[in-house]
Design a binder for this molecule. Structure first.
Ligand SMILES: [Fe+2]
Length: 353
């Protein structure tokens, strides 16, 4: 299976994974053949693309960082919390805290998946699944940092609710397709302060989680907002969420913009280390992200073309590659697999898709 952006989707392609609405309903089930009317409907709903079956990737299991069920449940719960806060109601913390605990449980139980962040992307509406993704990535980084269960919970809760202040920002500013004016930008930046106020008022939210909403746009160089804090005054949880937020935003597929590949996003974040992002946290991200995630098509220095089928935990630049095309681009009658950790003369020179 492979991800196809909405702009490249054609009728006849077969869905490999169901397409879900943000509330968890199935819009289209796996096995369905795409038709022009479906594609138009998906586009209308702002869905950036879908997974389709692909003979080059037959039988390759793309590992899931957290289960589909936990992800969908969490997304629906975040949506419910945002919806009630938006209309001025108080929210029940249990609604999201259950999800945060489930996410932590799955990540702690399955730390090997840490190397593959390929599925941590949003394919259904942006805000809610982005919140869940930021929580997943933050918890992964926290686990690498050696946090205990309580710390992971405080971090995860702050991460999943980091943008709750956006409920107080008018919809037309949130979704404005053009550049924001200075006044609109100033209002938009207030989502941090609003988030802090909303979370602080709920006695069940740890203060350190509320601070994540307040500080996640602060930057080590003091050029962030809302208070221009410098590195030593920004809390570690907020520094982690800042990195996770940026990574997910960069790699997310949007209807109007292709997501970056993991190694491209990593390169960009590394370029901003110490300035926009705390070096220690960037190191954690480096250790969590698979540069060449399972399912991606790569070109080797031998000019052969193949699909990554497994990741080597100890050597992230040297995964196991199933070679499908020879150096002249001809499809091989029979594929073979190469472990780049053993075949030292081979390297990956390019990610093809
Ligand atoms: Fe934000």
């Amino acid at each position: 299976m492979r991800f196809v952006h909405i702009d490249k989707l054609q009728s006849g392609l077969e869905l490999a994974r169901p397409v879900f609405a943000p509330d968890g309903r199935i819009l289209l089930n796996s096995g369905v053949q795409m038709e022009t009317t479906y594609i138009e409907r998906l586009r209308h709903l702002g869905i950036p693309g879908v997974y389709v079956t692909d003979k080059d990737r037959e039988g390759i299991q793309i590992p899931e960082t957290i289960s589909q069920r936990t992800r969908l449940d969490a997304t629906a719960r975040v949506k419910a919390v945002f919806d009630s806060v938006r209309v001025g109601k108080t929210f029940r913390l249990e609604d999201v805290s259950e999800s945060v605990k489930a996410i932590i449980d799955e990540i702690v139980r399955n730390p090997n998946v840490l190397a593959s962040l390929s599925d941590v992307r949003s394919y259904d509406g942006y805000t809610f699944s982005h919140s869940v993704n930021v929580c997943v990535v933050s918890v992964m980084l926290g686990l690498k940092k050696g946090y205990n269960e309580i710390q992971l919970y405080e971090l995860g809760l702050g991460a999943i609710l980091h943008d709750i202040g956006k409920t107080q920002i008018p919809e037309e500013i949130l979704t404005k397709p053009a550049r924001l004016t200075e006044a609109e930008m100033a209002l938009m930046q207030q989502h941090t302060t609003f988030g802090w106020q909303i979370l602080r008022e709920n006695p069940n939210v740890p203060l350190s989680s509320a601070h994540v909403a307040y500080q996640h746009h602060e930057r080590p160089n003091g050029h962030g907002y809302p208070r221009q804090l410098t590195s030593e005054r920004i809390l570690p949880y907020a520094k982690i969420v800042a990195v996770a937020d940026a990574y997910d935003a960069m790699t997310s597929e949007r209807a109007y913009q292709r997501g970056m590949l993991p190694h491209e996003a990593l390169k960009l974040i590394n370029r901003l280390r110490g300035v926009q992002f705390e070096s220690d946290m960037v190191d954690l991200l480096d250790r969590c992200v698979a540069l060449y995630p399972v399912g991606c098509m790569v070109r080797l220095n031998s000019r052969e073309l193949g699909v990554v089928v497994d990741v080597n935990q100890s050597e992230r630049t040297r995964p196991i590659v199933r070679v499908l095309y020879d150096r002249w681009g001809n499809r091989l009658p029979q594929f073979f697999e190469l472990d780049l950790a053993k075949e030292r003369y081979l390297t990956i020179v390019e990610v093809v898709e």
